[in-house]
Every structure is written in C-alpha cells, then in structure tokens.
Design a binder for this molecule. Structure first.
Ligand code: ZN
Length: 249
C-alpha cells in the first residue's frame, strides 16, 4: 500500500497540483490539515483535496477560516488571510472544513495528527517536545504537520533523535530521500508543507509511505512560485505572504 501524505497546503493550488502530478497514483491520500489560510485559492484547493483524501484531520487555520475558532492567537498577516479566506469560502467548502476530524486519527497503518498527537494545536519542533508523544505512541508511525518543516523524530530505547531528510538543493528539480522504518523504533514524521515551506527550501514538500517496503520517502517538488505569489498579491493579501514562498521561510 502506498499512501501519499500531504500537509499545510494553505490554499496554494499551484503547489498542490505540482505535488499530485509528481506523486503519481497512490492507494491512499492522507491530508494532515491546514488546507486553507495564507494562499489565494482556498475553494480550488478544498474542491481538489476533498475528492482525493481518503483520511484527514483539521488544522488550526482550517478551524479559524471556517469559523470554528477565533484568530486571536494569529499574527496580523495570518489573521488578515484567515478572515479573507473565510469571506471567500463557499458553503460547500465551509461545510467540508467544519467536518474535518480532530486528530489524532488512526488509519490501518499509521496515526495522523496536525500538531502533536497529544494536542492538535501543539508544535513539535525539537526532540524535547517530541519525546513524550513518541514515548506514548501505540503504533510505529505517526504523521504530523503544523511546523511546515519536513523531517521528524524517532525514539529508540527511550532516546529521541531528529530526522532530517538530505536533499540536493537544486531548486529547479525535484528530489527525494528515503527513510527505512526500523523494528522497535517509534517515529513522528512530518511530510513538510505543500503550500508554504518554512525549512529554507521553497519547493513543495510531501511524503509517501510504502508499508510493504517499510519505507517513508520525503520529496521536494518545484512549482510555479511566481504564479502562486502573484495570486496572493492580486487578492490584496499581505505582500509578506507572497514573498516568503520564494525563500521557503
Ligand atoms: Zn500550517
């Protein structure tokens, strides 16, 4: 079974289409949330992902954009984008976002969550924060998003360590890095952000779990950043949201 894992698409249709084309056919599609917010194509992204995703959880931006939460904790640019998105969303998009599962969500071969499996809004940024959820994990692999940083953490014999995919940083090409799942290890793995990477690599990020081969492959795929950024400016959204797509920060 091959599962395509996407997270933090953030209304970036150009990045999502590039990922779907590059990934090719998969048996399952898992969406780790924040499908909307920041980007200029929220309805188009929802219409695409709602048909494809076989399992998914909601993100903090999804909650705010569909009116389930207030943007009080958001910075000004995120708040402005969330309120803009809320005004753009069609009734069908709003309904789909409101019905998204609260993580953690078990599938047959992994657990899915937006932030930490201990709380959907909690960031997992380092081994200290990852240790407890790894220690409590009931399954080998948990997939998370929220940080927009591809990679994750592993626990062996009570010790947590970070996993950083090694990519060639040729920004006009795609690249991949494969992790072999080891027996008796626990993993918290982040496919990275499709629509707004923050790990210094502007290429769209995603991952594919192959549970027959026992591998998780992390991918980066170039997409038309100028077009996605141009749409953000055209929509009148904060300029910073367009600029950061070019730097991957
Ligand atoms: Zn996000």
């Amino acid at each position: 079974m091959r599962a395509l894992i996407v997270s933090d698409i953030h209304g970036n249709l150009e990045a999502l289409e590039a990922v779907l084309a590059a990934a090719g056919p998969c048996d399952q599609v898992w969406n780790l949330g924040d499908s909307v917010g920041y980007g200029a194509s929220p309805n188009e992204v929802v219409q695409r992902i709602c048909r494809l995703a076989t399992a998914g959880v909601r993100g903090n931006h999804d909650k705010v954009c569909c009116g389930l939460a207030d943007p009080l904790m958001f910075n000004p640019a995120a708040r402005e984008a969330a309120l803009w998105t809320r005004a753009q969303l069609t009734p069908a998009s709003l309904r789909w976002l409101r019905e998204q599962s609260v993580g953690p969500l078990p599938t047959a071969s992994a657990v899915l969550t937006h932030g930490s499996p201990l709380h959907e809004d909690q960031y997992l940024l380092n081994t200290r924060e990852a240790w407890l959820p790894l220690q409590q994990a009931q399954v080998p692999c948990t997939f998370f998003g929220h940080t927009h940083v591809q990679g994750g953490f592993t626990l062996q014999n009570g010790r947590a360590s970070a996993i950083q995919p090694l990519h060639t940083r040729r920004t006009h090409h795609g690249s991949r890095w494969t992790l072999h799942i080891q027996a008796r290890h626990r993993y918290l793995l982040n496919p990275g952000s499709v629509g707004q990477p923050r790990d210094g690599d502007p290429r769209a990020a995603y991952a594919i779990l192959d549970d027959t081969a026992g591998t998780v492959t992390f991918y980066r795929e170039p997409y038309d950043v100028d077009l996605a950024g141009g749409r953000i400016l055209l929509a009148g959204l904060p300029e910073r949201l367009a600029k950061r797509l070019h730097t991957g920060r």
